[in-house]
Design a protein around this ligand. Structure first.
Ligand code: SDX
Length: 435
């Protein structure tokens, strides 16, 4: 018998089944059976057959992907096989974005064309500004971003040509180019400031910082330390396997909706406080704690399950999130310019106590990508409401690469999970029963 199989005995019938096991690049990580193989396991001919029950898809592979690999036990994260530490140390975000989308780092000529395309699509249609002006003055920027990205679907009907790779690539250029502009415009709207047009003489992050913070200076120049720090943070946030928002992108995209509405759905998922909204919640938590000497009391509340330790824990990482480790290094560079953010001392004390506490060790709770990023963003003068937006900008390339991979995967079809029905049996309304 082929050793790469699963032998199943259904004790209800005594029937035996042999189900093939297949693996991905690493047999240790990704050995799976095709869930459809369970449907043959029945108690009678008219039996529907077995399903697997997996709320939150904690152990369900929805796809085969070659984009990102995470080893949660060993704290490994790789984009297209390259360790995140190498990419964060040696590549810009746009180089990394090219890698995530195309599978290889760009040659100089490819990078030059990639830059040209992204920069030439940074502008928004003037009507988009009228749409954004309609939001309340204190509208949350993530709400503005989600709505505006969805609205772009009405400006680019050619985005419905999903099976044309040239059309898909054009939407990718547009979305990667426009996300920083939408993000900056959302901020400027909330501040009552005029919108600042993109400047293609600047880098991707330099242009974004300028669109955010330029006032009346002539020849505004972004701080190069902030420019590089944001670029590293963007590299770290670019993709992360089948996280909640990527699952939303794939699921909505699987109905062949256009990439603008699919990406709006992904950004909406990211907005949740358990996902990309956590970086904003970390800052609110640190402010709530207020000082180092109050950390122990807060930890007690976490262990009593009154509150969650935001920025800690992860569905996949049961060790230190490698991104959090790199972000701590970036923090030192930024604080070299801005001066130390006092919240960092509270965060470091939280980490010190948590990592030594049996509750966190038993639950395998370590700092994740969101724990330190917000402290840096705040030091760079980004308002806390902008933190999830700063996550959505770089994750746009991850969502688009996963969407592109899904559309090209012959095994993929429209997402439509099963359920286990636990509701009422057939019954009649009083009227029909009276008949
Ligand atoms: C991101 O998926 C991704 O890759 C996401 C992301 C990406 O790049 O796309 O990495 C980005 O979303 C990072 C995570 C940001 N979220 C937070 O920091 C919010 C706080 N963390 C959690 O809510 C939680 O850890 C999750 C949501 C991240 C993961 O939750 P799981 O895997 O579903 O785990 P769970 O909620 O079932 O909790 C398991 C146990 C529970 O205790 P018991 O009931 O078993 O006793 O761990 C406890 C939880 O109470 N727990 C926490 C905790 N996280 C889990 N207890 C206190 N504080 C926490 N943060």
């Amino acid at each position: 018998m082929d050793k790469n199989t699963l032998s199943i005995t259904d004790n209800r019938t005594g029937a035996q089944y042999v189900v093939p096991i297949f693996t991905g690049t690493y047999p240790r990580y990704g050995a799976a059976i095709n869930a459809q193989a369970l449907r043959q396991i029945k108690v009678s001919e008219d039996d529907f057959g077995l399903m697997s029950y997996d709320p939150g898809f904690t152990n369900t592979a929805c796809c085969k992907s070659a984009i990102t690999f995470i080893d949660g036990d060993r704290g490994i994260l790789r984009y297209r096989g390259f360790p995140i530490e190498e990419l964060a140390g040696r590549c810009t975000f746009l180089e990394t974005a090219f890698l995530i989308l195309h599978g290889e780092l760009p040659a100089p000529a490819q990078l030059q064309e990639w830059h040209r395309q992204i920069k030439s699509h940074a502008l928004l249609h003037e009507n988009t500004k009228k749409l954004m002006d309609g939001f309340h003055h204190d509208a949350h920027p993530m709400g503005m971003l989600v709505s505006t990205v969805a609205a772009l679907s009405t400006f680019y009907p050619d985005a419905k040509n999903l099976h044309d790779p040239v059309a898909r690539r054009l939407q990718t250029y547009r979305l990667v180019g426009k996300m920083p502009t939408i993000a900056a415009y959302a901020y400027r709207h909330s501040m009552g400031l005029p919108y600042v047009y993109p400047d293609e003489d600047l880098s991707y992050t330099g242009n974004f910082i300028r669109m955010m913070f330029k006032r009346t200076e002539v020849g505004y120049k972004p701080d190069p330390v902030f420019e590089r720090a944001l670029d590293v943070l963007f590299v770290l946030h670019a993709d992360h396997e089948q996280n909640c928002s990527t699952n939303a992108m794939r699921s909505v995209g699987s109905s062949h909706a256009d990439p603008y509405v699919a990406l709006a759905a992904a950004a909406a998922a990211l907005y949740g406080p358990l996902h990309g909204g956590a970086n904003e919640q970390v800052l609110r938590m640190l402010h709530e704690i207020g000082s180092k000497d109050k950390v122990s009391d807060y930890i007690k509340r976490v262990k009593a399950k009154e509150v969650r330790l935001m920025g800690f824990g992860h569905r996949v990482y049961k060790n230190y999130d490698p991104r959090a480790r790199i972000i701590k290094q970036v923090a030192d560079e930024v604080f070299g310019v801005t001066g130390r953010n006092p919240l960092l001392d509270i965060a470091l004390e939280l980490e010190r106590i948590a990592l030594a506490d049996d509750y966190f060790i038993k639950h395998k709770l370590y700092p994740n990508v969101d724990f330190y990023s917000g402290i840096i963003y705040q030091a760079m003068r980004f308002p806390v409401e902008m933190f999830p937006v700063l996550f959505a900008i770089p994750r746009t390339i991850g969502w688009l690469a996963q969407w592109d991979e899904m559309l090209k995967d012959p095994e993929q079809k429209i997402a439509r999970p099963q359920q286990v029905y636990v509701g009422a049996d057939c019954r009649k309304t009083a009227e029909s029963a009276a008949v």
